[in-house]
Design a protein around this ligand. Structure first.
Ligand code: 0X9
Ligand code: ZN
Ligand code: ZN
Length: 303
């Protein structure tokens, strides 16, 4: 079992997700692929009804060093699976598809060798530098703003879109759900840090989808919900207006694929500890994130 008073190793995350269906049959686990170093990649579905309903998809840990994101994803799973009646307002009418860690090789490397590792761990032909930035490796605006062609940089886009087994697994999984008519209305990509609720479009500044008013209204509702829990203040706006333009990111790719609400959630903090968020903040961060998820569920349910 994971305790959420420290950051779990990937082996613990694996045994945790595989245990969930034995705790409550509302959870089911699927292996969605394997990593470059052959670790299994998982998605957990949490659903209180056999009818194919509206769905929210969550991914975490695209970036290796952003440990709080997988800790939060597993905490959310645990709450929903062990206390479903407490979370009736989250579970009613909505199915959850949660990927607890995408960049598992990078995550383990950041645990054992280099705490600040960000990328995957794949080998780049002709270079001794490893990995590419999975959040520059998706097919939408691949190679655009904020991306690098140099394998030795932290924003290396990779040799081609979906060159990484990990991004390919996510893309295949999401496309597979959409092909099965799973009605994914929201896609939350968990990152850290900065306390931002980033909306599309993120590939360039001053670009807004036609439904931006809806995006912003959900963003503002999420901000209030987050602040109500522990007073934590987030900022919302497009990824490119608030931070910087990024091509090949998962958020814009999901929006382009037709998912209405796509958000990059940059969790705690604003820089005091940065990526090295003390484990004592895991639960508080997860609680306020759950409040935001509840707000998203409320919105999605009425769409
Ligand atoms: O640079 C990123 O990939 C994200 N920030 S992080 O510090 N977690 O690396 C922000 C991506 C926001 N999305 C877009 N701008 N498309
Ligand atoms: Zn990130
Ligand atoms: Zn609390």
């Amino acid at each position: 079992r994971i305790s959420w008073d420290s950051y779990a190793r990937y082996a613990e995350i694996e045994s945790f997700v595989n245990e969930l269906p034995t705790i409550n049959s509302i959870a089911s686990v699927e292996t969605i692929g394997t990593s470059f170093e052959n670790r299994k990649l998982y998605a957990v579905k949490i659903s209180t009804s056999p009818n194919n309903r509206k769905a929210i998809l969550i991914d975490a840990n695209i970036h290796a060093r952003e440990w709080i994101t997988s800790a939060t994803a597993t905490w959310i799973m645990n709450e929903l699976v062990t206390k479903p009646s407490e979370y009736a307002d989250v579970l009613d009418g909505i199915d959850y598809y949660i990927i607890p860690s995408i960049n598992v090789d990078g995550y383990e490397y950041s645990q054992t060798t280099d705490r600040m590792w960000r990328k995957t761990r794949s080998q780049n032909p002709g270079s001794t530098c490893r990995g590419c930035d999975p959040n520059r490796n998706f097919p939408f605006k691949f190679g655009g703003e904020g991306t690098s062609a140099n394998p030795c940089t932290d924003t290396f886009k990779g040799p081609s879109a979906l060159s990484e087994k990990e991004t390919k697994a996510v893309s295949d999984y999401v496309n597979g759900l959409l092909a099965k008519d799973v009605n994914i209305l929201a896609y939350l990509s968990f990152h850290s840090y900065g306390q931002y609720w980033l909306l599309p479009w993120g590939y360039t500044a001053n670009a807004y989808p036609a439904d931006y008013a809806d995006q912003l209204s959900l963003g503002n509702a999420a901000l209030s919900a987050i602040q109500a829990v522990h007073g934590t203040r987030y900022v919302t706006g497009t990824g490119a207006d608030v931070l910087y333009g990024v091509g090949g990111a998962s958020d814009d790719w999901a929006k382009d694929a037709g998912i209405k609400y796509t958000v990059t959630v940059e969790m705690r903090d604003t820089g005091r500890y940065g990526f090295v968020l003390p484990p004592g903040q895991i639960v508080a961060n997860a609680e306020e994130t759950m409040a935001a998820v509840k707000e998203v569920a409320k919105r999605v349910r009425s769409e």
